[in-house]
Design a protein around this ligand. Structure first.
Ligand SMILES: [Zn+2]
Length: 612
């Protein structure tokens, strides 16, 4: 009793200590003060159409309900804006989208057919990174009230203010320790603790399915995904890039040669500091270079590249004041609309060109050119001069290691620019895939992606190549077998076998001769880290489910050895060379069983067939 009272007393003391000593905001590197021409976009306090964020002088962001109410009111005052629901979250919230258009019909099927370029912008996929929502509220207001109506004369505009709606309401001042404002913000992962920006291939979440639905139904020409960074300090406030590894070279070329210089110039004209996506090669500062990663099509921009959709990953810099970030996003969105009006046709031509590609070898993953050595000159792509912030190495007495501190002093760093755009492994493009009817979950997800296929109305025998799994490991961590994004991933090596296979009624025939053919290949090849196989949709093939009794195999094995001297030789050699095998009766039983016709022919056989 005494002891438990003491424990309670100590817990209470610790609790008080935590509360009394908690720091209001995590101590961040020095702020780089900013004022710019884009501040003129802000409405005066007495204007009834001031946004909640502007009214707070960019210290706070409105809740889900306030945002929805505000947009509902705005849409009801203007014939140019329409508020539609694109999905329902796990907690039952409507995921809303604003359609800004001068078209007579704003039905998806009509906007898809329209000759005007269509821009799709999504904010709050990571709902703590919510700059896009507050910028979009200001911009759509200016369009709706007529001040900037001309922005949608030649372009149709879709805007999702909050994608991760449930996480947006997991609101706290303590959600993003490396971010300067707003004072309270949403959470990174959704209410199922899943990261929506890892879900583009497996499509487990309702939120992501809503976005893919919009992409399929409306067919945007350009797609923007707005985030806020973590990581190193530097001078840029708005960074963006396509970071595309190379499934859509014509689109990438337009983004790089046309979009980027145009937007850099427009942002600079408003006193913003645009820059490339920044990821310190050494993980701390830019002394050893900047790297454009390829993490695979589980990420928005790489998924878009794979399906030949122009896309931009926008990463506003977390250490910049919220006002600067929101205004920079406004300028970015406004001028993206301008550029699409002027030059959307060129992007459309590029998109059509990429969608018509049917390359024979399809990359499954990308790496740095010549990874044998960081020092190897071939490994380095380009050198560039970046607008950085001075960093100093310090020693941490708490962690007992060195760390980098940013001083707030502006500087520049000339360093290597690495890009993961070299093919790591690839497959030959098959003519088609055959997916058994039993894999209904996979067929359903191909449909969600918008991939076209035919369902067999009667059983059919086909000659196909199939993969037999040889080696495999589960989990994303070599030491501990851990799930990732709610799934146990699998890494496997395979051997190809030729089969005559009967696919039953309801099986899917997926031709790769379609605009989403490359996407189908990456989703269906087990060697791809973003395939359904790697995400764990085929785990049942790892289980052998029929058995043989020892009283059956014993006389059977004896007979087999008598009848086949080769088998006898093989068995004796195995006993001699594999001590563990020789001591394991079950392994011996299984060895003989596997050589009988009774053995399960489907064990470790990936059931999707490739027609070459
Ligand atoms: Zn993010």
């Amino acid at each position: 009793m005494r002891n438990s009272k003491l424990v309670i007393f100590i817990i209470a003391l610790i609790h008080n200590f935590t509360i009394n000593n908690s720091v209001a905001q995590a101590p961040l590197p020095p702020v780089l003060e900013w004022h710019g021409k884009s501040e003129k976009l802000i409405y005066p306090k007495n204007n009834p159409w001031i946004t909640p964020c502007e009214l707070s002088n960019f210290t706070s962001t409105p809740s889900y309900k306030e945002t929805i109410d505000w947009f509902s009111k705005l849409c009801s005052t203007s014939t140019l804006l329409h508020f539609v629901t694109i999905g329902i979250s796990p907690e039952g919230r409507a995921i809303k989208m604003i359609v800004a258009s001068t078209e007579k019909s704003i039905l998806a099927s009509d906007l898809k057919k329209s000759s005007k370029p269509l821009l799709l912008v999504q904010a709050g996929i990571h709902s703590g990174e919510i700059d896009g929502k507050d910028a979009g509220m200001m911009l759509l207001r200016d369009i709706a009230l007529g001040k900037k109506k001309e922005l949608i004369d030649k372009v149709n505009f879709l805007f999702i203010p909050i994608l991760s709606v449930d996480a947006h309401e997991r609101n706290s001042a303590y959600n993003r320790p490396n971010q300067r404002g707003p004072e309270s913000m949403g959470w990174r992962t959704n209410s199922q603790n899943l990261n929506l920006n890892r879900d583009y291939t497996k499509l487990d979440t309702k939120e992501l399915r809503s976005v893919i639905f919009v992409i399929n139904e409306y067919a945007p020409l350009l797609y923007m995904d707005i985030h806020v960074t973590d990581g190193a300090d530097y001078q840029y406030d708005i960074t963006f890039g396509a970071q595309n590894p190379g499934y859509s070279p014509a689109i990438s070329s337009w983004l790089f040669k046309k979009y980027t210089p145009y937007l850099y110039q427009k942002l600079q004209a408003e006193d913003h500091i645009p820059g490339p996506l920044m990821n310190a090669y050494n993980g701390t500062d830019f002394k050893d270079g900047n790297i454009f990663y390829s993490g695979g099509p589980r990420f928005s921009n790489e998924y878009a590249d794979l399906r030949h959709l122009g896309a931009l990953l926008v990463e506003n810099h977390s250490l910049k004041p919220y006002k600067q970030r929101v205004l920079g996003t406004y300028v970015l969105l406004e001028n993206t609309l301008h550029l699409l009006a002027e030059n959307g046709d060129a992007l459309r031509d590029s998109s059509l060109k990429d969608a018509a590609r049917r390359n024979n070898s399809i990359p499954l993953s990308w790496t740095l050119p010549n990874t044998s050595s960081v020092e190897n000159s071939n490994h380095k792509n380009d050198s560039s001069t970046l607008l950085t912030v001075e960093s100093k190495k310090r020693h941490s007495t708490i962690m007992n290691s060195d760390y980098v501190e940013f001083t707030g002093k502006k500087t520049s760093t000339t360093c290597v620019q690495y890009t993961m755009n070299s093919v790591e492994n690839y497959v030959q493009r098959p003519k088609a895939y055959w997916i058994p009817a039993a894999c209904e979950e996979v067929i359903e997800r191909l449909k969600l992606h918008g991939i076209k296929f035919e369902l067999l109305t009667e059983a059919k025998e086909v000659s196909v190549d199939m993969y037999r799994i040889s080696e495999y490991t589960f989990g994303n961590d070599e030491k501990k077998v851990l799930p990732f994004e709610g799934r146990m991933q699998v890494n496997a090596s395979t051997k190809t076998e030729k089969h005559k296979r009967t696919f039953s009624q309801g099986s899917a025939y997926v031709s790769t001769d379609q605009p989403l053919g490359d996407l189908a290949i990456v989703l269906l090849e087990p060697g791809s880290k973003d395939s359904f196989f790697s995400w764990g949709f085929f785990h049942s093939i790892f289980q052998r489910t029929e058995y043989i009794e020892s009283y059956v195999i014993e006389p059977y094995a004896k007979k087999m050895l008598e009848e086949s001297p080769e088998l006898k030789k093989e068995f004796e050699l195995k006993l001699k060379e594999d001590a563990a095998f020789a001591k394991n009766p079950y392994a011996i039983l299984t060895w003989f069983y596997s050589k009988t016709k009774y053995y399960d022919a489907n064990y470790l056989l990936y059931p999707v067939g490739r027609e070459m």
